[in-house]
Design a binder for this molecule. Sequence first.
Ligand code: ATP
Length: 356
Amino acid sequence: MSLELSVRLPLARFALEVDVRLEGASVAVLGRSGSGKTSLLEILAGLRRGARGRVVVGGRVLLDSAAGVDMAPEARRMGYVPQDALLFPHLTAEQNVRYGARAGRPSRVEEAVALLELGPLLHRYPATLSGGEKQRVALARALATDPALLLLDEPLAALDVTLKERVLPYLLRVRDEARVPMLYVTHQLGEARVLAKEALLLEDGRVRAAGPASEVLGASARGLLASESEGEENILEGMLERPSEGGTRLRVTEGLSLWVPDAPELPPGTRAAYAVPAEDILLSMGPLSGVSARNVLAGTVVGVEGAGAGEAAATVDIAGTRWVVRLTEASVRELGVASGVRVHLAVKTAACRRLR
Ligand SMILES: Nc1ncnc2c1ncn2[C@@H]1O[C@H](COP(=O)(O)OP(=O)(O)OP(=O)(O)O)[C@@H](O)[C@H]1O
């Protein structure tokens, strides 16, 4: 699903000017509040009059103002879930989802209901659903339209952290099982890292960086989102194992497994995601022994940057996964934390919180 965006749209304080080409399987769109993220999604959805330029999604030309092409929103096959996605209050959850399928394929309804685990909610009306449940229904309604691309505008922003954590695992399923390409607006670097293959960083309507998520979501992204990247989390996704000696482990990659709080109710092989707050990780220069933390992971520092207020963030590569660790600038100096240095991270089992 290639994405070609070359568009200009005058906004109140500046013009949105985006010129990028992306593979488009899963793209995180990041930027401060007011940087133009919603406007960009609306251009793709065909909801912003006045946008000039070209929008080509998977080879289909949605907009080509020079050639007089401006496809109608309903013909674009964009599954748009706006920030304040409204459900029809007089329809049940199921009827809301089926409403989406009017323009799509009916078989998509069952798929979306199963994927988002809406079975128990189908007969409920929106007024009786929690924020996270409403978001799942809105997402299912968008999926039921059989979209070529999902446009998700920070679907979790309005929710508190606990609710928020309930929706991310579903987005991972949408990506991995439904395999619908998505453009996803978020403020959370941790979320973007686990969800997106590519990232697009906007600043005052301009593209500050675009490309592979591993490159874009580093230092400059944190600098740009500084005030919003507090409480940064590492999000790890993998398969659960139950070793014979007892306990529960999350196998993230060949070289990385993590002890997580024991969850005997989850069968081995279950896919799961866990969040580990960047400030809950201890960084040590030497090998650690005799510590109570059950996870001691060896890795290499790949970047250190100031995070304001005497704080710093070190990025550490462990078996191909990137971890962010918060520490003070004083610790960075005293310990000599710098790119290329081998370190060990200690992560308490209890610091690994399962999402959902
Ligand atoms: N219809 C419009 N016409 C003119 N300017 C607009 C319009 N809608 C939004 N703007 C302005 O354009 C800028 C970008 O807004 P937009 O909603 O796209 O940002 P955003 O990055 O999605 O913000 P947030 O993270 O707060 O949702 C803001 O300065 C906003 O005031």
